[in-house]
Design a protein around this ligand. Structure first.
Ligand SMILES: [Mg+2]
Length: 186
């Protein structure tokens, strides 16, 4: 659709669903409808959408990979039922010093490292430059040159900067503006 093929990369907990801490039980009630609408918009514009989520609850033994898979299956179904599509999901189950031995690893996949982003972008055949990352933690500012960021100020401490939004409404509006303006450069 556009020659500038970029992707929309979304943190999960606190952005797509309510973050009650190590969320692994799915229900439709925890899904934020505002971001679903933004994803719908990205779909229409032909901009691929991926979730990139740290899931150290796996390393910590709080839930299994299969729980996360099941959550995502339900999430994708719910999105689909509501006319929105998630194109790709990356998770990082590792933690460098917490939990079970098999998951104890200082992984390049774990945000703020860029591993999940590079995997997702590669899979979606998108470029880093101009792709947009959305999150609600300091660690959602990814160490990846060229990647744009918008963060939501919620319960987590984040260093103030221009990428910080004070409300979900502001966040969704800015994402929408960004995605729509991309077309001007095609
Ligand atoms: Mg989050």
């Amino acid at each position: 659709m556009t020659s500038a093929k970029v992707a929309l990369l979304l943190d999960r907990d606190g952005i797509i669903n309510i973050d009650s801490g190590y969320v692994y039980k799915y229900s439709d009630e925890i899904i934020y409808p505002d971001i679903l609408e933004v994803v719908k918009e990205a779909n229409v514009l032909g901009i691929p959408v991926a979730i990139v989520t740290n899931q150290a609850g796996i390393a910590r033994g709080m839930y299994k990979v299969s729980d996360v898979d099941s959550f995502h299956k339900h999430l994708k179904n719910f999105y689909q039922e509501n006319g929105a599509r998630i194109d790709h999901i990356e998770i990082c189950p590792f933690h460098k010093d917490k939990g079970e031995e098999m998951w104890k690893f200082d992984s390049l996949l774990r945000k703020p490292n860029p591993g999940m982003h590079l995997k997702a972008l590669s899979q979606l055949m998108c470029k880093v430059e101009g792709s947009l990352m959305i999150g609600d933690k300091q660690s959602d500012r990814i160490n990846l040159l060229g990647l744009k960021t918008l963060l939501l100020q919620g319960d987590y401490e984040i260093t103030p900067a221009n990428d910080l939004c004070q409300s979900r409404q502001e966040l969704c509006q800015k994402i929408s503006n960004y995605l729509n303006n991309l077309l001007d450069f095609s």
